[in-house]
Design a protein around this ligand. Structure first.
Ligand SMILES: [Fe+2]
Length: 370
């Protein structure tokens, strides 16, 4: 058996109304809170009022940075850092999907350390301990509430880059399944499939170990069994999907993701395709390619859990997501650029693969997805 490494310092609270019940724990971590979120969801869903009531009842001071973009870049992070410093905040509450959680983690790093967030891409050491982060995910996909990663668009290089360090793992994650009631079915499907990709990719990563596989397998089972019901509004299925996304987070925290995410980034960079939708679209084609190229045994093992790879496209269509590039408006003449962006996006992923893909391999996968 491979050696095992598992570390998760994040205190998890998972229950209905967990936000009201556990948000007061902020007081254990700082004096002045920076709320980090996107522009719309927390207001439209009534979540902001709920949080404000808790903070005011507990007499906790706070400032709000609700300017996180859907695909945040380095400038977006730096704007938050400036605001955090100006407001003298010493604890971050990040609320939202992966974007808000990841920006929260990056603000935590940069508010205590010099430079620009781009100086911290990869596995860098920090001079000073980042600010503590409390994560409140509002989607069932990211897993960022339990991982050491924050993914940010690097505009100059036209790709997504990862800040990776155990010091940015949230101190507390509050998972209140009530928040999923406001998530549109399309986003349940897309974020759920993001988590599904995390579990698949973790399972296939060369870094996987006994523990990561345990979480990946349980996550695959939970998501496969529940995503369709969750998309159609089943409350209990949404809860299980939420748990499935944390399990996938634990799994990738050990292993990282592989080429599904790396290739998926290309669509997000060029067409602003939702991260989970992009991963779901490429998933069947990447698995078909891997099954024919050195991963036959691993994929057959995984098929015992999720069913035949050949049925994945139907499964994804049934939850309302696209399975072909042309469905999302990609033109044939763009394929070459998508290949280039995918190669860039897979730089880190390649270290977790059994072999390096060549340009012609990317072309094969992307052409078959067209
Ligand atoms: Fe992801």
């Amino acid at each position: 058996m491979n050696e095992v490494y598992f570390y998760c310092p994040t205190r998890i609270y998972f229950e209905r109304n967990a936000i009201e019940k556990y948000l007061p724990v902020i007081k254990n971590y700082g004096q002045r809170v920076l709320i980090v979120s996107g522009k719309n969801f927390i207001y439209k869903s009534g979540l902001f009022n709920k949080i404000r009531n808790v903070l005011e009842n507990e007499k906790i001071k706070y400032s709000i940075f609700s300017e996180v973009e859907p695909e945040p870049d380095t400038d977006n992070v730096e704007k938050g850092v400036e605001f955090c410093k100006k407001e003298n905040c010493d604890v971050i509450v990040a609320i939202g999907g992966g974007s808000a959680l990841d920006v929260g983690k990056c603000i935590a790093v940069r508010s205590k350390n010099k430079g620009n967030i781009s100086d911290y891409f990869g596995e860098k050491e920090y001079k000073n301990e980042p600010l503590p982060v409390i994560a409140i995910p509002t989607t069932c996909g990211t897993g960022s509430e339990v991982t050491r990663y924050a993914v940010i668009v690097n505009k100059s290089e036209k790709t997504k880059k990862t800040v990776s360090n155990e010091k940015i793992m949230p101190k507390v994650a509050i998972l209140d399944p009530n928040v999923l009631e406001f998530l549109p079915p399309k986003l349940i499907a897309a974020t759920g499939m993001d988590a599904f990709s995390h579990a698949v990719e973790s399972y296939l990563s060369i870094n996987s170990d006994f523990f990561s596989k345990l979480f990946a397998i349980e996550s695959l089972k939970l998501i496969k069994e529940n995503i369709k019901k969750a998309v159609f509004g089943d409350k209990e299925a949404k809860e299980k999907l939420f748990i499935g996304s944390i399990f996938a987070g634990y799994a990738i925290n050990r292993t990282g993701t592989i080429i599904i995410h790396g290739i998926g980034y290309s669509l997000t960079i060029k067409y602003h395709t939702h991260h989970g939708t992009a991963n779901a679209l490429f998933l069947p084609y990447v698995l078909e390619f891997m099954k024919e190229n050195g991963y036959e045994k691993e994929i057959e093992e995984m098929e015992n859990i999720i069913g035949p790879t050949s049925e994945l496209k139907n499964f994804i269509t049934e939850i309302g997501l696209p399975v072909k590039l042309r469905e999302i408006g990609v033109k044939k003449e763009d394929i070459e650029e998508i290949v280039d962006l995918s190669i860039k996006g897979c730089e880190r992923a390649m270290k977790r693969m059994k072999f390096n893909l060549k340009e012609e391999d990317f072309l094969k996968i992307i052409t078959s997805s067209y």
